[in-house]
Design a protein. Structure first.
Length: 607
């Protein structure tokens, strides 16, 4: 039988892009650490389980940071941020890989020993070729900060960008903004599900400066048995299940962490993951004994009256396995609380279970029955067979395991989101259709503007066209101001207590909500006031512009009236002004259609 903590997969917090003073763009005055030990401590203090040391074109601190982490829970992976001819690429290797291996790769890529660490040099290959070299010498390749300068998304040739993303040697891409993940997915379509990760780059949010305090400011959670290179590879290969860019929720279900048996021939400790666990072993290895020991400690054994033969069989197994001196201890987590249950074996169940609760580092005995803390749904092999023989028994097993509360809540949430999406989708379709109808008139309007323009001097037409464009733009910006009267934000209503002793807490809740509502009301009033001020200022500015435009058109019409048949030219000039305004509005709607309306419609239709 096999069991152990090291075999239990869970989520680990990792930062796969960090910098140390080995990077030449690190300032000793502001970085905040002078020794490898300080870098390790900063990562541990940030709650990280693993980091990759990835300095610019150098491995200067890889070995020393790994040595400083020895004896700590932090996993340190050696790496390097390579300046390729196309942008920055992270190469990451397994623990204990000597920096000499990485340096040999850098030389192979054209970064010679004398150039190691320089920022103004680049490898002699691009992303894909460099990634292939990294993989060939045992590492993994991750395109660094793809949505920032020197990132992969700066590749201008769309086909080359797509081929680079599809290259199997590229294990993942690092994103800074969450929206970049959708960009990558759209470029790849159904051809590949490429993992997106986040690393800190040793930057604090909003800053572009390497500091030790920035380590862990952006991170990735990977699900693996251990956050080493093997675990990371497995996670990157199954990103939907094993990669998270936000913190995984804490398990809310009861979790038996461990079962320890002492004082008998089976001196064993078994550790379990919060998710699915399996006990593997041949007949007689002790699998059933472990499970029956758990039931015994929690005093939730086979019903001897309903299943006397099975009860005797289980009793015999416990007696044989635990003897007269066996003691079983279970430790379990239930939400944020931890409990321990201890019971010495005694034939017939004479011994009682001691229940303890953890308060900090101390265990304190509490007077409570085990079943009041932890309820099992466990059955021996014999019980399962007996239940399966009777239809009512089979249904009782199924019914007691079903809980539709979460499913129903999720269904209601999905339905509400679908309704919202449908409403937005219909409105967006209507907007797209309206914009398409306007854009369809572009050719006709442009032709008429050209015909009318030929009747006037070029300079006059140019001025007239400029005034028309300004009129359309002023109208557009005025119309896009938010509706101040529609600004609102609801606050939950105050709730009342039922237990008299909790009145003070519910009074606090009422005050919190009242303070929130006051703050929101003040904020909304400020926004409304700002919108009104902006509206009034725009009206005043637009009025001044209209006065200037009127002066221009009056002088223009006076000049046209001096010309032979000037009255006709004045009429045509007004037609030209109208058509120029229409054309400018059509072009603005065309931009809105292609840049925002159609992409948003596509996004709504996709999900």
């Amino acid at each position: 039988m096999t069991a152990g903590v090291e075999r239990a997969a869970r989520f680990w917090a990792v930062d796969l892009h960090t910098h140390t003073p080995a990077s030449r763009d690190v300032s000793d005055k502001v970085y905040g650490a002078k020794t490898p030990a300080e870098v390790v401590q900063a990562a541990i203090d940030a709650g990280l389980d693993a980091i990759a040391v990835t300095d610019h074109n150098t491995t200067g601190w890889c070995d020393s940071v790994a040595e400083a982490a020895a004896g700590t829970p932090l996993v340190v992976l050696p790496g390097v941020e390579i300046s390729t001819s196309e942008g920055h690429l992270l190469g990451i290797w397994d623990e204990h890989t000597p920096s000499a291996t990485l340096n040999e790769l850098l030389v192979l890529l054209g970064i010679k020993g004398v150039d190691l660490g320089k920022l103004d040099i680049a490898a002699n290959v691009g992303f894909a070729n460099a990634a292939q070299h990294i993989v060939s010498c045992g590492g993994i390749a991750i395109a660094a900060h793809i949505d920032r300068p020197r990132g992969l998304l700066e590749i201008k040739v769309a086909d080359h960008l797509r081929k680079t993303l599809l290259d199997t040697c590229m294990s993942a891409v690092e994103i800074v903004e969450m929206g970049a993940a959708l960009t990558v997915a759209n470029k790849l379509g159904d051809e590949r599900r490429l993992a997106c990760v986040r690393g800190s780059d040793a930057n604090l949010p909003g800053k572009n400066l390497h500091v030790v305090a920035g380590i862990g400011s952006r991170r990735t959670w990977i699900k693996a048995a251990r956050p080493d290179l093997v675990g990371i590879k497995h996670a990157l290969g199954d990103p939907d299940l094993r990669i998270r860019l936000d913190a995984p929720p804490q398990a809310t279900h009861p979790w038996i962490e461990s079962v320890a048996v002492r004082g008998s021939f089976m001196q064993e400790s078994f550790h379990f993951a919060p998710d699915l666990n399996c006990l593997l072993g041949g007949t007689g290895a002790g699998k059933s004994l472990v499970l029956e020991s758990v039931r015994y400690v929690l005093d939730q054994q086979v019903d001897g009256n309903a299943f006397p033969a099975i009860s005797q069989e289980v009793e015999g197994r416990l007696s044989f396995g635990l003897g007269t001196t066996g003691v079983i201890r279970i430790e379990a987590s239930i939400g944020a609380e931890r409990y321990a249950f201890e019971r010495a074996y005694a034939s017939g169940g004479a011994a009682s279970t001691q229940v303890l609760q953890a308060f900090g580092d101390e265990w304190t005995e509490i007077d409570i029955e085990p079943s009041e803390v932890l309820q099992l749904a466990a059955f021996s092999q014999g019980e399962i067979l007996e239940f399966s023989r009777e239809p009512v028994g089979r249904m009782s097993l199924i019914d007691q395991a079903l809980d539709f509360t979460e499913i129903e809540a999720e269904g209601a949430d999905i339905l509400a989101r679908l309704r919202t999406n449908a409403k937005e989708l219909l409105a967006q379709r209507k907007l797209v259709a309206k914009l398409q109808e306007s854009v369809a008139k572009e050719a006709e309007t442009a032709k008429r503007v050209e015909e009318l323009s030929e009747l006037f001097e070029t300079e006059v037409v140019s001025q007239q066209e400029g005034w028309g464009k300004e009129a359309t733009r002023l109208k557009s910006v005025t119309e896009k101001l938010p509706d101040a009267s529609a600004l609102s934000l609801s606050v939950p209503k105050a709730i009342s207590n039922e237990i008299e002793g909790n009145a003070d807490l519910f009074a606090q809740v009422t005050k919190i909500l009242d303070d929130l509502e006051s703050a929101i009301t003040g904020g909304i009033d400020g926004i409304k006031s700002a919108v009104q001020v902006a509206s009034a200022a725009l009206v005043k500015t637009r009025s001044t512009w209209e006065g200037r435009h009127e002066v221009f058109t009056t002088k223009l019409d006076e000049e046209l009236a001096k010309i032979s048949d000037g009255a006709s030219l004045v009429v045509l000039r007004k037609q030209l002004a109208d058509r120029q305004g229409q054309l400018e509005e059509i072009l603005a709607r065309k931009t809105e259609l292609t840049d925002s309306a159609e992409p948003k419609l596509a996004q709504l239709m996709a999900g």
